[in-house]
Design a binder for this molecule. Structure first.
Ligand code: G5P
Ligand code: MG
Length: 221
């Protein structure tokens, strides 16, 4: 059983790497951003509330996010492990996650921090495309789909994300890097944080992440 968290700044490659790691380990990806975008697309009350927050580049309040995400983690497909993309994003979320996992005899095994300098990230957003059905991630320059505008995996339409406008990207960096450092410190303190160089090719980063997950377990905490 493996519960591994992918940490990284906006654009670091969490959503690109999570499905690759999950496929290697035979566990599902639970992605907080995809959960939220699903709520927005459904037009639910929660969706209306979080749409404005996401467009502003701020984080969704901890209580709402923990409720949504931990309910997803409780579903049976995650009983044998999962790759977490985008949650936790704050220290209170990390504590809530530890608490929820402990209640079912599980724990976070690894927190993998994908490190990319900010100046390298900015250029990634303009070319990013995601698919409407599954949130699969592409890039017009670095990872184009086989057929223009169509997802390789599920055939759905590829679109730009509403929060990838330049001003929102700047706000996301300003608002979210501080909490990211807090979460990284939290897992460093537990001895389970593994930094990975995210500036290399997608395949090289994927190989490093898989090796990090398969490395011998950290001593009991
Ligand atoms: P999200 O959806 O979690 P972010 O901002 O954390 O959004 P984002 O933008 O989804 O993270 P990513 O997943 O780390 O980035 O990166 P990606 O999509 O895989 O890759 C970005 C681009 O770079 C792609 O075009 C990809 O092809 C390319 N790329 C990837 N890897 C490489 C590589 O190795 N090399 C190169 N050259 N290119 C590469 O959250 C969205 C919003 O939801 C809310 C917040 O408002 C957040 O802003 N939210 C939460 N709020 C509170 N708490 C939480 N836990 C929340 N989770 C989400
Ligand atoms: Mg993502």
């Amino acid at each position: 059983m493996t519960v591994a968290i992918l940490l990284g700044a906006p654009g670091a490659g969490k959503g690109t790497q999570a499905p690759l790691l999950a496929a290697s380990l035979g566990v599902p990806v639970l992605a907080s951003g995809d959960l939220l975008r699903g709520e927005v697309a459904s037009g639910s009350d929660i969706g209306r509330e979080v749409d404005a927050i996401m467009r502003s580049g701020e984080l969704v309040p901890d209580a709402l996010m923990a409720r949504l995400f931990l309910a997803r983690l409780d579903r049976s497909d995650a009983a044998a492990g999962a790759i977490l993309d985008g949650f936790p994003r704050t220290r209170p979320q990390a504590e809530a996650l530890d608490h929820a996992l402990a209640a079912s005899g599980r724990r976070v095994d690894r927190a993998l921090l994908i490190e990319v300098p900010i100046e390298d990230l900015i250029g990634r957003f303009a070319g990013r495309l995601i698919c409407k059905a599954g949130g699969h991630v592409y890039n017009e320059w670095f990872k184009p789909p086989r057929a223009w505008g169509v997802c390789d995996v599920d055939g759905s339409e590829l679109v730009h994300r509403a929060d990838d406008a330049e001003a929102t990207v700047r706000a996301r960096m300003e608002q979210q890097l501080g909490p990211l450092h807090d979460v990284a410190d939290y897992y460093r303190g537990q001895g389970i944080l593994i930094p990975v160089d995210g500036t290399r090719s997608i395949d090289e980063v994927a190989a490093s992440l898989l090796a990090a997950v398969r490395a011998p377990p950290a001593p009991a905490r």
